[in-house]
Design a protein around this ligand. Sequence first.
Ligand code: SF4
Ligand code: SF4
Length: 427
Amino acid sequence: MADTVEMSTLTGLLDKKMTRQLKTYLDICARCAICKDACHQYVGTGDVRYLPAYRAELIRRIYKKYVDKSGRIMPGLYEGHDPDEDLLDELYEVTYACTGCRRCMYYCPFSIDTQFILSAAKSILLAAGKGNEMLEQLADAAIFKGDNPEMFHDIIVDGFKDIEVDLRTLTGDPTAEIPVDKQGADVLYVALAGAHSILPAAAIFHEAGESWTLSLYEAANYGFFLGDPVRARKIADRFMDEALRLGVKEVVITECGHAYRVAEIFHEAWSGEKHPFKVVHILEKIDDYIKSGRIRVSRAITEPITYHDPCQIGRNGGIFEQPRDIVKAIASDFRDMTPNRQEQWCCGGGGGIVAIDEMNEIRLRSGAKKVEQIRATGAKIVASPCENCRLQMEGLEERHNMGVRIAAVMDLVIEAMDLPGKQPAPA
Ligand code: SF4
Ligand code: SF4
């Protein structure tokens, strides 16, 4: 914080972060407030602090006082402000609440990327000792695991063996395997921790006859949510290094929004090297398996179903059609939300906010638009390929009784496949 950390350290950090892109964003905002109607948090709460332009304004005040020449001469006139305790506390609230959905950027006439501005805010908060503690702990735990693989190897592999037993039951094939660290496999599948992320993908890979493997490392990246590119890179390096060592052709990221964006978009920028393999989302693979006939599905799902585009996969990742094509292949009554694709409302669960207890209330209130959208479809199932989105929408279901089942797309694909050990779909 500003009391214990030299003010010059914080302002110097902002100076260092001041790329042409950031400077442009800070200079060109016309304060038109068009972005207010794009942000689910402002719309859900009516609280001006969650207006995208206001969040950026807090950074702009420090910039005007210390970096921009006009502000240094006349900080009062140009709204310059010290990064003092009050400003940093407010900056913390609005920065870690932001889900990074970038819907405000889509609607801003100047395409100002508030999330990008807030990445500079996170650097300042971290330097001031005001990063989010829970995200910091989770990021450090992942890094510790990556630094000490021998400590975790046996327990992780034992867990995979348990899932393998379930895979054999599900597929009816007593030889079905969950390969680990398989040299020369075509695909490294990067899952989240837990059977829910591994078993359906394993069954789909098995049925498709894919050459695949797991490694010891999962996809979640709390360093990214924390806003610390050094930690975020270390966490992503764990599986990217394994992909190189195993010589795979593709890294396939599980149903997770931020992990896909980290692997597909940010990791090459952080490492400064081009990946010698492709990075794809698991739904791109499944869509390809269905269209090429490598797996067979039927339209077994007859209840009305809709699809929620996770911001990091849709608006920020460019994957819109494959998930819809999958849902249309397995269900007879698909109803898209309005608006959708690039204009889809954020559900309110991204950016690591589901891990921050103190923000539960703002998170759930900010889902108001999503509730409205889901209800308008009349759907009984909401499919979405991101765990944070699903957790958030389950919270919204609990609070608003929409009468919907929230489901992973992979689980629905399993429901539509002819597998002998398949469990009946949840009511
Ligand atoms: S829409 Fe863009 S220009 Fe208008 S207030 Fe928001 S960030 Fe500034
Ligand atoms: S990125 Fe999303 S949550 Fe953050 S300010 Fe913009 S619209 Fe709001």
